[in-house]
Ligand binder design. Structure first.
Ligand SMILES: Cc1ncc(C[n+]2csc(CCOP(=O)(O)OP(=O)(O)O)c2C)c(N)n1
Ligand SMILES: [Mg+2]
Length: 185
């Protein structure tokens, strides 16, 4: 499956109280166009999605916070999943969409294949952790297990390259902040 196909499936699992933190580039654009707005669409630096989601989850305890990030962004901020596994907020869910490349900037290969994700996730404390290929046959079941687990959850999905032609997010970062603050308030 492609990343946007997985994101389309999320519609069935996310409610309007939830907060999504999405990663720089194509993933944020897909989240913006496919799922309800507003969400926390991070722009600028890779690697800050999980720490941003962790901070929001610790503060907004009665909402689920779903971080959706690419392998490039995950690799750049890897320590933040360890910090999250230490604090394990029960309302934090991390979804890694791994296409083994920096798709947004032209498909340069990342080093994500150097990680055995099953073993790596096994070493972290979390209520739910799974690494799989995203497939039409099992995606609903996998997302259901991920979203229905009562606790800090991590799902790593290997996905195929490919995107929808979508316009850039028209909101300036300050506008994104304002809109999400209004939603939280
Ligand atoms: C620190 C940093 N380095 C480089 C970039 C440029 N950049 C923007 S998106 C992107 C690719 C992100 O790759 P990944 O997180 O795997 O998502 P994908 O594009 O594959 O969906 C890169 C390299 C950046 N935004 N920040
Ligand atoms: Mg990638």
């Amino acid at each position: 499956m492609k990343g946007y196909e997985v994101i389309e499936k999320l519609k069935d699992f996310i409610n309007d109280k939830d907060i999504i933190v999405s990663s720089t580039g194509n993933i944020s654009r897909e989240v913006f166009h496919i799922l309800d707005q507003p969400q926390v669409y991070l722009r600028g630096s890779l690697g800050l999605q999980i720490s941003t989601g962790l901070g929001i989850a610790l503060e907004e305890k009665d909402r689920n916070v779903i971080v959706i990030l690419g392998d490039g962004s995950f690799l750049m901020g890897m320590s933040s999943i360890v910090t999250s596994s230490h604090y394990k907020p029960s309302n934090l869910k991390i979804l890694i969409l791994d296409n083994a490349e920096y798709y947004t900037t032209g498909g340069q290969k990342t080093v994500s294949s150097a990680i055995n994700f099953t073993k790596f996730l096994e070493s972290l404390e979390a209520s739910f952790k799974m690494s799989k290929n995203a497939s039409e046959e099992s995606i609903n079941q996998d997302l259901s297990a991920f979203f229905n687990s009562n606790g800090f959850s991590i799902l790593h999905l290997n996905i195929e390259s490919g995107k929808k032609e979508l316009a850039n997010i028209p909101w300036h970062p300050e506008e994104i902040t304002q809109r999400i603050q209004n939603k939280i308030a």
